[in-house]
Design a protein around this ligand. Structure first.
Ligand code: FDA
Length: 368
């Protein structure tokens, strides 16, 4: 078959692009080095439970068009993300809200909570936050910082909070209401039956061929010669053989087990916010879909340093890496037939709704 596009990566970006391009009559080949479709939103059924294989995925957006779009591929439930923090056996609600403040200090009203935080901020003398620690204290005071932010964040990033940039937590959700909903977005939910069905439907057009277990780099020259256009959603620095240097990522290790109990922790997401516990959170997957199966599946999430060959989960968007990425983007602009997209191609932490938006923008540009 003569293809119009090669799409490298069967994740949400590549699959949205392929779906939209096929709707416009284009022929597409999609390859992925993994042996399944879906990229990081892949869900796998274990014991009748849809397991989020690459970490908890909750769809949320303010954009009605994007919400309606994903709802054509799956029915979404009413799941609301309300994580719990476990600090040395003390349990708190997240995001930081009146329930958290009440448990910590016994305060009952927003004014009392604001007064407590203000008192702690003033005591700490933080005027212009220079790092994550100062930023956190300036937002929520020292108690919350010490119990709920410090250990978790240092584990997550593998660096001291005083060495991390303030911007990482610029948008910490802090609320002076008794509302445990993590997201402020208008629409939120989990696809009933898991995320993989969405990607499967996106790739089901007869004009799309999917080849799994296929690494682009094994035949890079041939692909570049034979496809008129390539949409590449892998790591941009790898594409250029790291010739300007290596972009940094944080990685994760997942440890998943099936337990012979119906309900292990009573919530989908429990964060462990002390520094001694080596993992950052435990996910109990059945609660994403209010499951009643006799067994349960839990995953411990361990943050890890990233080295070449590991899964690159989170781009390290600090100044040094952003500058390097900019240089790679300039190289990319010089190539006519390759378009870089998705979270690895754009070296950007995209949520799912942003990935769909970015794929739509590319479609609009390609088919204008
Ligand atoms: P993605 O990484 O999914 O796909 C890229 C694909 O390219 C992969 O399948 C990869 O195997 C393939 N590939 C790479 N190099 C290749 C090569 N050389 N040859 C062939 N194939 C290659 N978002 C959200 O909205 N709510 C949430 O709750 C979460 N939670 C969350 C938790 C964790 C732990 C992470 C890491 C991320 C999230 N996200 C999220 C973000 C979400 O995962 C993200 O927005 C999308 O999966 C990104 O889709 P992409 O297609 O861009 O990348």
């Amino acid at each position: 078959m003569n293809y119009d596009y090669l799409v490298v990566g069967a994740g949400l970006f590549g699959s949205t692009f392929a779906y939209e391009a096929a709707k416009r009559g284009k022929r597409i080949k999609v390859i992925d080095k993994r042996n399944h479709i879906g990229g990081n939103i892949y869900t796998e059924n274990i014991e009748g439970i849809n397991v989020h294989k690459y970490g908890a995925h909750i769809f949320h957006t303010n954009n009605k068009e994007i919400w309606d779009y994903v709802n054509q591929f799956a029915e979404f439930n009413r799941y609301t993300n309300s994580p719990i923090a476990n600090y040395k056996g003390e349990v708190y609600n997240l995001p930081f809200n009146m329930n958290t403040f009440n448990k910590l200090w016994g305060v009952l009203t927003p004014d009392e909570a604001i007064a407590k935080i203000t008192e702690q901020k003033e005591h700490a003398h933080v005027d212009t936050p220079q790092n994550l620690e100062e930023q956190a204290i300036s937002l929520v005071g020292t108690d919350i910082y010490k119990k709920l932010i410090k250990g978790y964040t240092e584990k997550q990033w593998g660096r001291k909070a005083t060495e991390l940039p303030a911007f990482i937590i610029k948008r910490l959700p802090v609320r002076f209401t008794y509302d445990n909903n993590y997201f402020n977005d208008r629409y939120q939910g989990i696809p009933i039956g898991g995320y993989t069905q969405i990607i499967k439907k996106m790739l089901s057009n007869d004009l799309i061929d999917v080849e799994l277990g296929t690494d682009f780099f094994l035949k890079k020259e041939e692909y570049m010669r034979t496809f008129p256009k390539i949409i590449y959603t892998g790591m941009i620095d790898q594409f250029f053989d790291y010739k300007l240097g290596t972009l940094e990522y944080r990685s994760l290790k997942f440890e998943t087990s099936v337990l012979d109990v119906e309900n292990y922790q009573g919530n989908a997401v429990v964060n462990y916010t002390d520094s001694e516990t080596p993992f950052t959170r435990i996910i109990e997957h059945k609660h994403f879909e209010f499951g009643k199966q006799p067994k349960t599946v839990v995953t411990r999430e361990y943050p890890a340093n990233w080295e070449k060959g590991d899964e690159p989960y989170y781009p390290m968007n600090d100044q040094k890496n952003n500058e390097l990425f900019k240089k790679y983007s300039e190289l990319a602009e010089g190539l006519d037939n390759i378009i870089f997209g998705g979270r690895l191609g754009n070296y950007k932490y995209y949520d799912m709704h942003q990935v769909i938006g970015a794929a739509w923008s590319l479609i609009a540009k390609e088919f204008k």
